[in-house]
Design a protein around this ligand. Structure first.
Ligand SMILES: C[S@@+](CC[C@H](N)C(=O)[O-])C[C@H]1O[C@@H](n2cnc3c(N)ncnc32)[C@H](O)[C@@H]1O
Length: 273
C-alpha cells in the first residue's frame, strides 16, 4: 500500500513536472518486492527551481516519521530523558527544504559551484538539510555531525528512505557517481584540530541556539577551511574580515520550522589573483 501511494505520488509528480525527472522509476522491482523495492528518481538537470525540488523532496520524505515535527519530538524526548532539557545549544528547529534549494541556487548561479564537492551540516539533526542540498547539487559526499543519538538514528532512517528512491543525478551529459552520506554521532567541539576532513565545499550551520563556546568552535572550523568554502549560517554569522578570512556574500530572511530567521551566505576568502 505504501509503495502504491509512492508510485501514485511520483506519477503525478512526473506528469506535472516533466522537466524534473525522467520516467525511469523501477516499476518492476517495486512490483516484485513490495514496499522495500527501490524506486529510481532521476533528476535530469539540477533544477534551481525550488518548487520542483520540493516535489522531489516530498516524494522521498512523505511519511509523518520523516517530518521536521517528528524530529523535533525525537529531540525533545531525548533531552528530557537525558536531563538535557535546559541545554540551550541542543534546542531543535529546522531550515525548511525550500530555503536550502534557494540558497543552493544562489551559490550555483551567482557564485559558481563545481560538480562534486563535499557538503557538511554541523548539528545535522534528522539529516533533511543534507538530503535537500543533495537534490540541488551533485555533491560526492554529504556529511552530518549530530550530538543527540536518537536524532542521529532518525537521520539513518531518513537515509534508508533516500536509498529506496535510488536518486540518480546526471548533469552535463551522463550519470555521475551517487552521493555518499556519512552521518556521524559526535560533538562539534571535539572535531580534531577544528578541521573538517575531507575538506568542505559547502557547510550548513543552524547556529541560532548555539552558545558562545560552541559557536567559537564553528568559527575556528570556518577559518581552517579552504579558500572558497561556502558557509550557510542561520541566525548567527561568522566573524568577517581580513583576520578571519571570512566574507559575507548575502543575507536574507527565510522561513524555518519555528519562524523566520536570517540566513547568511558567507565564504572563506579566495586569494587575490
Ligand atoms: C537548530 S538544530 C538544526 C538541525 C538541522 N541542521 C537543520 O538546520 O534543519 C541544531 C542541531 O545541532 C545539534 N547540536 C548542538 N550542539 C551540538 C554539538 N556540540 N555537536 C553536534 N551537534 C550539536 C542539536 O542537537 C540540533 O540537532
Amino acid at each position: 500500500m505504501e509503495a502504491e501511494t509512492r508510485i501514485a505520488d511520483l506519477f503525478s509528480l512526473y506528469s506535472a513536472f516533466p522537466l524534473l525527472a525522467s520516467a525511469s522509476f523501477g516499476d518492476d522491482s517495486l512490483a516484485s518486492s513490495g514496499s522495500s523495492g527501490s524506486l529510481s528518481l532521476t533528476i535530469d538537470s539540477f533544477s534551481t527551481e525550488p518548487v520542483l525540488l520540493q516535489k522531489a523532496f516530498d516524494s522521498i520524505f512523505c511519511d509523518n516519521e520523516s517530518s521536521w515535527e517528528a524530529a523535533q519530538n525525537v529531540s525533545r524526548n531525548s533531552r528530557e530523558e537525558d536531563g538535557l532539557a535546559n541545554t540551550t545549544s541542543l534546542g531543535y528547529g529546522e531550515i525548511l527544504p525550500e530555503a536550502v534549494f534557494t540558497i543552493m541556487g544562489e551559490i550555483k548561479e551567482v557564485h559558481g559551484l563545481e560538480r562534486g564537492g563535499v557538503v557538511y551540516d554541523l548539528g545535522s539533526g534528522s539529516g533533511r538539510v543534507l538530503f535537500a542540498a543533495c537534490l540541488a547539487h551533485d555533491f560526492r559526499l554529504s556529511k552530518g555531525i549530530e550530538y543527540i543519538e536518537s536524532l542521529h538514528n532518525a537521520a539513518l532512517r531518513n537515509l534508508n528512505r533516500w536509498k529506496k528512491h535510488d536518486v540518480v543525478t546526471p548533469e552535463d551529459g551522463g550519470p555521475v557517481d551517487r552521493v555518499q552520506f556519512d552521518f556521524v554521532q559526535g560533538d562539534i567541539t571535539k572535531i580534531t584540530t577544528f578541521t573538517l576532513s575531507p575538506a568542505p565545499t559547502v557547510v550548513f550551520c543552524h547556529a541560532t541556539l548555539f552558545d558562545n563556546d560552541l559557536f567559537a568552535c564553528v568559527q575556528l572550523i570556518s577559518e581552517n577551511s579552504p579558500p572558497g568554502t561556502f558557509f550557510v549560517m542561520i541566525t548567527k554569522p561568522l566573524r568577517t574580515g581580513l583576520v578571519t578570512g571570512i566574507e559575507t556574500l548575502s543575507y536574507k530572511q527565510y522561513r524555518m520550522s519555528w519562524g523566520h530567521a536570517t540566513v547568511y551566505l558567507q565564504r572563506r576568502m579566495k586569494p587575490i589573483e
